[in-house]
Design a binder for this molecule. Structure first.
Ligand code: AGP
Length: 623
């Protein structure tokens, strides 16, 4: 959720901190702040600047400040405890002003710790759980110093290790101590933290985007590891102080991939990148004979062949990709599939076994609910396959196997290219399972793959509908409510279209199973109210036509997404956007594109902040 960055090196820290925050702002943008440790004078001092609002507000506030310290921390916040204001913004200081901390995550036992610290005479300025950590660590530093830990950083490191044993919840935390000018100490548990080295500097960030200006060689801290950063290097230990190693990897994209490249928003750029992204997802998935080989899957094919059931867990848009995959896996591989929202799954005592394959989908690989669901499944002896876009992410590391979507960096909060590539990766997995179980003949698998390989070209054609969608968006933007409906694979796309629209335009939108309309939702139809119907070719098309008639008869204005050549649809719908003909199970990859564009253009007509919609964050690392 929050973005955190730390820098200690040869140059003034403020610039790399602010540049790093700019790349991490998509993780949260309620407020932003920095602390810089200045040791130029006789007494080293911590200078803090923090402001409610987006990073730009902080940058303006810092414009005339001369901060030359070479060690500092920065934070961009998605509020959990306490409203987004200046006081609750990070960094937080201990009462004595010696320790500053930034935090991503939630300290679940903060109330108990706060009561204890209040009892010990400490006072609090903010409503946050984070300030409790600052105060706790400060009191432990005092104790460690009394016990003789005088070497640079050693009292702070000791204090952080002891404090970590008392903290419950998910967190990545980074600290500086005014008395140790060149040292940053960091720890993580269930919230991401990555480390890098470049040009005499050590840098930490909550994801690789924050490091890419400096290096592509990254070390991800693992749970309960402590990192000590100095300009000379990074040391990683466990909670006992034993040397440890994080997970090292090289990022295969550079900082330019995370720039807008002439588009007005990241979301629009990412929608247009979808053909290339799908090509990447499909690259090198077969051998010379056209047999699917998923080398990165690292699971015993015999074990996979004998799975009784597939359980998919995910949240938000990734959950919709899982819904789409259910149709493909059941149809091609003939294995029953359950799809469940990760945050519900983990709390309902699901029946799992070693003969169930759990597929955890998360573009970020850091969604707390999905990570917890995957961990629960592994504890019940199920095998977990991760479908994720982020190499080195927690989900990729903690799953038994991983299938990367290779969509490249996605910065817009609204997931677009990661959604389409999740569907494609899941389709590949479905065909792989079908191949292992001999549920399809090899030539049937090859035919399906050939159809999938044509998808990038077809998506290009769909993107040509943008001017038509932009025009429609002008007439739909005034609606208070937009209803989406579909059947079969059209249902998850209706839900995804509604999610895209509501999250970036704040227009109320819902997606329904078209057959359910008559059981209640049709009461919402008002004269002139827009309805989007997924009406592509297939075995449910005629049923959808009837559902369109039902809402038309009650005054709805219908936009149908239909297959090229379907002229009959014009007799039913007020507006038609065509997509090229495709296999029925592959339509979602095409039909979602006009809905992404519709959400985007309605949001721009309404003047919304498309890439950073209110109350949301790209990576949801809290429950
Ligand atoms: C998508 O547009 C959303 N912003 C959101 O629903 C997202 O899909 C969800 O938070 C899950 O994220 P993940 O894929 O990173 O796990």
């Amino acid at each position: 959720m929050c973005g955190i960055i730390g820098y200690t090196g040869q140059q003034a820290a403020l610039r790399p901190l602010l540049e790093g925050l700019a790349t991490l702002e998509y993780r949260g943008y309620d407020s932003a702040g920095v602390v810089v440790l200045d040791d130029a004078g006789a007494t080293p001092a911590l200078t803090i600047a923090k402001r409610a609002g987006k990073l730009g507000v902080l940058v303006d506030a810092l414009r005339d400040q001369d901060l030359s310290g070479r060690t500092g921390l920065g934070h961009t916040r998605w509020a959990t405890h306490g409203v987004p204001n200046d006081v609750n913004a990070h960094p937080h200081l201990s009462g004595d002003g010696d320790i500053a901390v930034i935090h991503n995550g939630i300290i679940e036992n903060f109330a108990e710790l706060k009561a204890e610290l209040l009892g010990a005479g400490r006072t609090f300025m903010s409503d946050t759980d984070t300030e409790v950590v600052a105060q706790l660590v400060a009191s432990l530093v005092e104790q460690c110093r009394r016990d003789g830990n005088e070497a640079p950083g050693s009292a702070l490191v000791q204090a952080v290790r002891i404090a970590a044993r008392r903290l419950e919840g998910a967190f990545s935390l980074a600290f500086v101590d005014r008395r140790d000018p060149d040292v940053i100490v960091a720890i993580r548990r269930e919230a991401p933290l990555v480390l890098g080295r470049a040009d005499g500097a050590s840098i930490l960030a909550s994801d690789v985007a924050g490091l890419l200006a400096h290096t592509r060689d990254v070390e991800a801290l693992l749970n309960d590891q402590v990192a000590i950063l100095t300009p000379q290097g990074v040391t990683v230990t466990d909670l006992e102080g034993n040397p440890a190693d994080g997970h090292r990897f090289t990022v295969d994209w550079d900082i330019h991939a995370a720039e807008k490249q002439g588009y007005s928003h990241f979301m629009l750029k990412e929608i247009h990148e979808q053909p290339g992204a799908v090509r990447e997802t499909l690259r090198a998935r077969t051998d010379a004979e056209g047999i699917i080989v998923l080398d990165e899957l690292r699971l015993d094919p015999t074990e996979l062949r004998h799975m009784d059931k597939v359980v998919i867990v995910a949240c938000g848009t990734s959950f919709h990709a899982g819904m789409v995959a259910k149709y493909a896996i059941e149809h091609w591989a003939r294995i029953p599939v359950e799809v469940e929202i990760a945050s519900e799954f983990r709390y309902r005592d699901p029946i799992l076994s070693s003969r169930m394959l759990v597929v955890a989908i998360s573009q970020s690989g850091e969604t707390a609910d999905t990570l917890a669901a995957a961990a629960h499944a592994r504890a019940q002896h199920s095998r977990v396959v991760a479908i994720t876009n982020v190499v080195g992410s927690s989900l990729a590391r903690e799953a038994d196997a991983v299938l990367y979507t290779r969509a490249g960096p996605e910065i817009g909060v609204a997931a677009t290219k990661t959604f389409i590539t999740q569907i494609v990766a899941l389709d590949v997995l479905a065909l792989y399972l079908a191949q292992l179980r001999r549920a399809l003949f090899p030539e049937e698998c090859r035919d399906q793959l050939a159809r999938m390989e044509a998808l990038p070209e077809l998506i290009e054609q769909v993107l040509d509908c943008e001017p038509q969608i932009a025009e429609l968006a002008r007439s739909f933007a005034g609606a208070g409510y937009v209803m989406f409906f579909g059947r079969h694979v059209g249902l998850p796309i209706a839900m995804e279209g509604a999610l895209k629209l509501k999250e970036i335009s704040y227009v109320h939108a819902e997606g329904f199973a078209a057959g359910e309309m008559k059981h209640g939702p049709i009461a919402l139809i008002d004269s002139g109210g827009p309805v989007v119907a997924l009406a592509t070719a297939g075995h449910v098309r005629t049923k959808i036509l009837s559902n369109i008639q039902q809402v038309k008869g009650r005054g709805a204005v219908v936009l149908a997404i239909a297959t090229e050549g379907d002229t009959e649809i014009k007799e039913h719908a007020d507006h038609v956007v065509y997509v090229p003909e495709a296999h029925e199970l592959l339509y979602p990859v095409l039909t979602v594109v006009p809905l992404q564009l519709l959400g985007y253009h309605i949001a721009t007509v309404l003047g919304r902040d498309v890439d950073q919609p209110r109350n949301l964050a790209k990576t949801v690392t809290v429950e």
